[in-house]
Design a protein around this ligand. Structure first.
Ligand code: SAH
Length: 347
């Protein structure tokens, strides 16, 4: 059985005669939300039967859903081989955000991230990446609101470590006969895989970029994010400077604030120095604490003090609100909790 969502329309067009069947199928599955070939009355009956034998057009089932008191919902989406992909739906008044995973686990081992403690189990396929967004979309948004969401690739995994599948998922999400998503609605967050970042810079489709910095000097970042030993911080910032202008201007730098580790005024000054001359936006993320992590969240006062220093350097700085903490849906907390419980069907 082929997983329909793993295929670009151009690939399907090569597989079908006549090729326009690919467009018909895309429209039916992505735009009309059909999950049964029998409902596709624009396709000849015999073909519907043979398609049903070869193509799986069902979204993956939700293994478990966790609802936060603030409206945030975390999903464990069950994949073909029993692995789980974590997805988070974050409702907001003007726009909803769906946070999706690109890998099961992660190889980067950042010391303040729970996913980092798991190690990497496997890459997700393009279809496994994009159907997470569809599962969350259909569970939360009515037909009329169906396009009122943005996607952030900030769940489990390092998207640029699974480059080909992530890029393919973007092309499918972007397809005008599919979800028709503009790249301005999608943000890819990376810990700074340099060669892949340079590849991304010359792609025809480029999403918004977020760079996870956290340490503002090599000494600090080397210990917190081991990937820095391979791709040091100046090289990373230089790569951002070389990024195509339209996208570079809107690059977000994420910086996790940890008490006594990354939250001092001196750290703020180092960060301001590092970003000098870059039209950057900084997203401060006060640490989401977890027992397994040996770090603490700073006080609100030191968060404000840190932010003020950046603002004094005329750097746009925002503090990320902590959402879904009661259900372990917050940044860096995804770690397959309660993975072994029963399956709850979505509809
Ligand atoms: N690998 C990618 C995407 C996943 S991590 C990346 O590094 O960008 C998404 C964001 O969560 C990153 O900015 C990371 O720094 C942040 N994060 C990880 N653990 C966290 C924690 N315990 N508290 C707050 N933010 C965390």
């Amino acid at each position: 059985m082929n997983f329909f969502f793993d295929f670009e329309r151009s690939e399907l067009a090569r597989a079908f005669d006549p090729p326009f069947r690919a467009t018909q199928l895309y429209k039916s599955v992505y735009q009309r939300w059909l999950d049964n070939f029998e409902l596709m009355t624009d396709i000849p009956r015999e073909l519907r039967t043979s398609l049903a034998e070869q193509w799986n057009i069902q979204l993956p089932p939700v293994h478990r859903r966790f609802d936060s008191i603030d409206g945030t919902r975390r999903y464990l989406v069950r994949l073909e081989d029993g692995e789980l992909a974590e997805t988070v739906f974050i409702p907001e008044s003007n726009r909803n955000t769906i946070c999706i995973s690109s890998q099961v686990g992660c190889a980067l081992a950042c010391t303040f991230c729970l996913t980092g403690q798991l190690g990497l189990t496997r890459n997700l396929t393009a279809g496994e990446i994009l159907t997470q967004a569809m599962v969350a979309q259909r569970d939360n948004l009515s037909w009329d609101e169906r396009d009122s969401f943005n996607i952030v690739m900030m769940g489990m995994g390092e998207p640029l470590h699974n480059y080909d599948n992530v890029m393919k998922s973007l092309r499918i999400l972007h397809d005008e006969e599919g979800l028709n998503m503009s790249m301005s609605r999608i943000t890819l967050s990376t810990a700074g895989m340099l060669p892949a970042l340079e590849r991304l810079a010359v792609e025809p489709l480029i999403p918004n970029l977020a760079i996870s910095l956290t340490g503002a000097t090599n000494t600090k970042r080397d210990t917190l994010m081991p990937i820095n030993r391979k791709y040091p911080i100046e090289q990373l910032v230089d790569a951002v400077r070389r990024f195509p202008v339209k996208h570079r201007q809107r690059v977000t730098f994420e910086y996790v604030l940890m008490k006594g580790i990354t939250d001092s005024p001196q750290d703020a000054h180092s960060l301001a120095r590092l970003l000098r001359g870059l039209p950057a936006k900084v997203n401060l993320i006060p640490l989401n604490e977890a027992e397994e992590l040996g770090y603490a969240r700073p006080s609100d006062e030191s968060v404000d003090r840190f932010r003020q220093i950046l603002l004094d350097h005329r750097i746009d700085t925002f503090v990320r609100k902590n959402r879904g903490n009661d259900i372990s849906a917050a940044c860096g907390q995804l770690k397959k909790k309660w993975a072994d419980t029963e399956i709850i069907p979505l509809r």
